[in-house]
Design a binder for this molecule. Structure first.
Ligand code: MLT
Ligand code: ZN
Length: 463
């Protein structure tokens, strides 16, 4: 907690009006999209410069006050939740695109640049920023780096990590480090840049990031394919990957489609309904590619792996097909879902999903279980909707039991308890299912080097 005198001192470090302590701001900026924890920060501070971030971190060290970084607040692991009187450092006013380097195809961004802002900037330059997800209109680059965000194009372009050419960070001691100097080739020892990516602000705060851009894709075309069961999705993936360079391969169950169609603003992909759907995307660079896609579709139908399907014929149809997948998260948030974000190697996905589905449906037959995710990356999102009649606390207590079973299965398959949402507070107590005791000890030792007073987002990733 902070004292009034400490808050007055904090106010002298930033511009007038850039420290807020009113109840509304504490509630708004103290949380992300998770619903398990009540926000309880003691103040929100909005730095505008790197020097101000350094001054805030030094102030926090002096008074031993915990800081929580805050971006677009779209996180799903409570990594940006301040539940214990911390001071939230919001990057909303460090939101400028600083520089574009044509030959390097890089953009220097402040951490508060919104993902969509970077995507549109790239588009203006005839280029492409390929990390994409449903929350791209609100999420910020600093937060994406903090969680090594993934999304819907990972199968082709990889995670955020792949697109960070260089970083400037303020460490837990207030020191400014420039990491990797935006170089493509740099063989000078430990790549500290990579250490800060996915660190959830526990080592320091990103104050500038140089992001790489890519050639813009041409004539993106999507197919939605209905399958008779989950197991059929894998041979479909295999068949298409053998013929095309896919830019996405996603899946969702019919329960998800049911919810999306219930909104009334998204057209059904085709008339029939099937238990599962795959959504795949590729660049139809010429007619041969489109014909290859259709021939592969026909092969999948002949094999009985696909029952129905559609291929987009226009930009509008492409966008409508994507809505079937991208709107799921927001649509089901109405039911306070218990969310899981797990991964295994692609070949293990069917057995893994079956194990989890069996255990959840045997123990909670009345729960509405929704499956969707980035199946081409081995990343599944298990969502259980809260029954209307069950109180939130009782529901999350039951889900804590589910957690243990799910993570035991994840451990059995040598998978990850968090593929892309991060550990934060929601997965903190389960880290040992994915990381060994020795690894966790090294991670804690690394944190102590960069953050000796333990003020940078404490209680996230590990206790
Ligand atoms: C998604 O894939 O839609 C996002 O990771 C969000 C979610 O899991 O709900
Ligand atoms: Zn996802």
């Amino acid at each position: 907690m902070t004292t009034p005198a400490q808050i007055e001192e904090l106010k002298t470090l930033v511009e007038p009006g850039k420290v807020l302590t009113d109840a509304d701001s504490l509630e708004t900026y103290g949380k992300d999209w998770t619903k398990q924890y009540a926000p309880a920060p003691s103040a929100i501070v909005f730095p505008k410069t790197t020097e101000q971030v350094q001054a805030i971190v030094r102030w926090a060290n002096q008074h031993k006050i915990a800081l929580v970084p805050s971006g677009g607040r779209t996180g799903l692991s409570a990594a940006a939740v301040a539940a214990n009187g911390e001071v939230v450092v919001s990057f909303d006013y460090m939101n400028r695109i600083v520089e574009f380097n044509e030959y390097d195809r890089t953009v220097v961004c402040q951490p508060g640049v919104v993902t969509k802002q970077l995507q549109l900037f790239a588009e203006e330059k005839g280029l492409y920023y390929p990390v994409d997800f449903a929350s791209s209109g609100s999420s910020q680059i600093g937060g994406n780096i903090g969680t090594n965000a993934g999304g819907i194009k990972v199968i082709r372009y990889g995670m955020t990590r792949n697109w960070v050419a260089g970083l400037k960070v303020v460490t837990g001691t207030g020191e400014l480090l420039e990491l990797n100097r935006d170089l493509i080739k740099n063989a000078t020892g430990y790549d500290l840049r990579q250490l800060f990516i996915g660190a959830e602000g526990t080592l320091g705060f990103v104050v500038e990031a140089t992001m790489r851009l890519e050639r813009a894709p041409k004539n993106l075309t999507a197919m939605v394919l209905g399958t008779p069961d989950f197991d059929s999705i894998m041979p479909v993936l295999h068949a298409f990957q053998g013929k095309l360079d896919l830019t996405a391969f996603e899946f969702f169950s019919d329960r998800c489609l049911e919810k999306i169609l219930g909104r009334g603003d998204v057209p059904a992909p085709f008339e029939s309904r099937t238990p599962f759907y795959a959504l795949l995307e590729f660049e139809a660079l010429n007619e041969d590619v489109a014909n290859e896609a259709l021939a592969t579709f026909e092969h999948c139908v002949e094999q009985g792996w696909v029952l129905d399907g559609v291929m987009s014929q226009s930009q509008q149809q492409l966008e409508n097909l994507w809505k079937l997948r991208e709107y799921i998260s927001e649509t089901i948030s109405h039911w306070t879902p218990y969310k899981n974000d797990i991964s295994v190697t692609v070949g293990q996905v069917p057995a893994f999903l079956k194990d989890i589905d069996d255990i959840v449906s045997a123990n909670y037959p009345d729960f509405d279980v929704l499956w969707y995710g980035h199946i081409g990356d081995g990343n599944l999102h298990l969502n259980i909707l809260k029954p209307e009649a069950l109180a939130k606390e009782d529901f999350f207590a039951k889900c804590a039991v589910v957690n243990k079973w799910v993570f035991e299965i994840v451990e059995k398959y040598n998978g990850s308890i968090s593929a892309e949402h991060g550990v934060g507070m929601t997965k903190r107590d389960y880290l040992q299912y994915s990381r060994s005791a020795a690894e966790i000890a090294y991670m804690k030792a690394i944190k102590a080097v960069f953050d000796p007073n333990g003020i940078m987002n404490p209680g996230k990733i590990f206790a």
